[in-house]
Design a protein around this ligand. Structure first.
Ligand code: HEC
Ligand code: HEC
Ligand code: HEC
Ligand code: HEC
Length: 170
């Protein structure tokens, strides 16, 4: 009887621990890693992005405005684990924090070539965002944006960085 109880409660404890572990894995957040981590593999996008005002949009603010969350929120892209503020609209400002999807196991030329859809699914599960209009208008909106200009997604998405020169084929 007692032995059965011990086995039962051990099982129960193991189950509780397992559920708790799964829950915390679920909550594990993707971290921001900074543009430099994307640059080496995406030279064309990096160069083209660097020529847009997304790269410098934090510099447009005065020191006083930089300290104001109501300005900084659309002129920055998050904070790295070590506290570094990502100034401007960085790669991850649109594509999501990259700690997990940047892995060569996911972003692999070979694997993308073999099965693009499967590999993309893994990337999206690891936090990659392929931004659509809804992701742009979080910032390109009138609300709080003192310099608002009307925004047409279809016209402007090509200006963010030119489409890759079929990098996988290179
Ligand atoms: C180890 C090299 C490597 C690193 C680091 C890397 N990528 Fe990639 N990335 C690739 C490869 C390879 C592909 C798939 C083939 C291609 O398009 O070149 C890819 C694909 C992508 C795609 C398109 C995904 C799709 O399914 O259409 C995006 C967006 C992207 N990367 C963004 C980023 C960002 C942002 C970072 C930095 C946080 C980053 N990558 C870091 C190699 C890398
Ligand atoms: C985190 C906020 C944010 C997000 C998200 C964002 N933008 Fe922007 N965008 C800005 C800011 C701020 C500027 C103006 C920068 C400046 O003038 O210094 C800007 C400027 C631009 C410009 C002008 C670039 C130039 O150099 O002429 C284009 C085009 C643009 N955004 C397109 C987009 C598109 C398309 C998306 C979504 C795929 C997007 N933006 C997402 C904040 C954002
Ligand atoms: C909701 C997002 C958002 C907020 C909040 C925001 N901005 Fe911007 N800001 C933008 C976008 C997007 C642009 C580019 C213009 C556009 O397309 O709407 C921009 C452009 C600018 C520019 C460049 C204007 C130009 O014509 O070159 C300056 C300067 C600026 N913002 C300052 C500020 C200040 C100061 C604040 C705080 C009072 C602020 N922004 C708050 C999104 C925002
Ligand atoms: C303002 C938002 C924005 C920023 C900033 C941005 N991207 Fe993108 N990126 C996009 C959009 C939109 C697409 C097209 C998504 C789609 O095809 O569904 C894209 C597509 C890509 C792709 C797929 C191939 C291609 O070129 O279409 C790669 C790789 C990529 N981005 C890498 C980067 C890297 C690296 C950076 C930083 C240097 C960056 N992106 C910055 C919006 C952005």
């Amino acid at each position: 009887m007692i032995r059965k109880f011990v086995i039962f409660s051990t099982l129960l404890l193991a189950m509780v621990a397992f559920v708790a572990m799964m829950a915390s894995a679920e909550e594990a957040k993707h971290e921001y890693v900074g543009n430099k981590k994307c640059k080496g593999c995406h030279k064309d996008q990096f160069k083209a992005w660097g020529e847009t005002t997304h790269a410098t949009s934090f510099d447009k603010l005065s020191d006083e405005e930089k300290a104001k969350p109501e300005c900084a929120k659309c002129h920055t892209s998050g904070t790295m684990a070590d506290g570094t503020l990502l100034e401007g609209v960085t790669c991850e400002g649109c594509h999501g924090p990259g700690s997990d999807y940047k892995s060569p196991k996911i972003m692999s030329k070979k694997k993308y070539k073999a099965d693009k859809e499967a590999q993309r699914k893994l990337a999206l599960e690891a936090g990659l965002i392929l931004p659509g209009e809804a992701d742009c208008v979080t910032c390109h909106t009138k609300e709080g944006n003192t310099n608002f200009k009307p925004f047409e997604f279809e016209k402007r998405k090509g200006e963010v960085h030119p489409p890759a020169v079929a990098e996988a084929e290179k």
